[in-house]
Design a protein around this ligand. Structure first.
Ligand code: SAM
Length: 269
């Protein structure tokens, strides 16, 4: 199993609190809501989400964009996150039949390959998760999605991905991972994700980019834990301080960019 630092769940909350990500995310969802006729998410009845964490952003998206959801499946390996997710699902989706699998995406895809899968999903959520799955395993995941989405011929399956964009920007946070470890595996850019999906038969139908600020002044365990998941080993405070100051001269940036990409299946196979 991939390296999974302890305390990830609370670290992630602290990490997001060092930015205006949540506010910008909500604004972007409102823009998507305005496009709901063309997005076609309103009719969604079943959804699967990978790397869901506590579900903070996934559940907000479902509430706004998929009000008729009847079944929700989540895949999340971190025990504390999965426990909080179960509570959040009961609280926010009381009438939805929900299953939380406490496992990695890779483990889920493998377990599904070994049994004859009955599953079919209208919508797949991959929010800030594809960085943690290696390229070969991402391919296996996309193929699994084509199989499952392809079962419901009367609906068009959609995949919503949140991924960093403008990764060549000098202030891209991912540059810190390379400061920590020059041999760090490549973290996929939005362009990589778009290419990978199109190679598997999906087409990008919409994308929504948003900009937000981040402040890493006085780094604490929230930042160390987030980066240890990226570089797959524990990260020490001093090396983290060096990596941050090498990329952000004032420990802050106004120039963080993410994209919500909406893919659909271009052709059923
Ligand atoms: C950056 S957080 C994103 C959480 C949530 N999707 C969101 O957008 O708020 C990444 C999540 O992916 C989970 N994760 C890490 N490696 C994973 C893997 N191989 N498969 C599935 N989830 C993974 C972590 O435990 C964590 O909850």
């Amino acid at each position: 199993m991939a390296f999974l630092p302890t305390g990830y769940n609370s670290a992630y909350v602290g990490f997001r609190a060092r930015s205006n990500f949540s506010e910008k995310f909500t604004e972007t969802l409102q823009t998507m809501k305005n496009d709901e006729d063309s997005l076609g998410l309103r009719a969604t009845t079943s959804c699967i989400s990978f790397g869901t964490g506590s579900g903070r952003y996934e559940l907000e998206s479902i509430a706004l964009l998929m009000p008729g959801l009847r079944s929700f499946t989540a895949v999340e390996p971190d025990a504390a996150s999965a426990a909080e997710l179960r509570l959040n699902v009961q609280r926010h989706l009381p009438n939805v039949s929900a299953v939380v699998h406490q496992m990695t995406t890779e483990e889920f895809v493998k377990s599904q390959a070994e049994v004859e899968s009955e599953s079919a999903y209208d919508v797949v959520l991959l929010f800030s998760i594809l960085y943690y799955v290696d390229e070969g395993d991402r391919k296996l995941l996309y193929r699994k999605l084509v199989e499952d989405l392809g079962r419901t011929f009367d609906k068009t399956g959609k995949v919503l991905v949140i991924n960093r964009s403008r990764t060549d920007h000098p202030e891209c946070m991912m540059k810190m991972a390379h400061e920590l470890d020059p041999n760090c595996r490549t973290i996929p850019s939005s362009d990589d994700i778009e290419r990978e999906f199109s190679e598997e038969g999906f087409s990008l139908c919409r994308q929504y980019e948003f900009q937000f600020w981040q402040d890493f002044t006085d780094p604490d365990t929230s930042i160390l834990t987030m980066f240890s998941l990226i570089v797959r080993r524990p990260v020490e405070l001093e090396e983290m301080r060096r990596a941050i100051s090498a990329v952000w001269k004032n420990w802050k940036t106004e120039e963080s960019y993410l994209k919500i990409m909406v893919f659909n299946i271009a052709s059923f196979r």
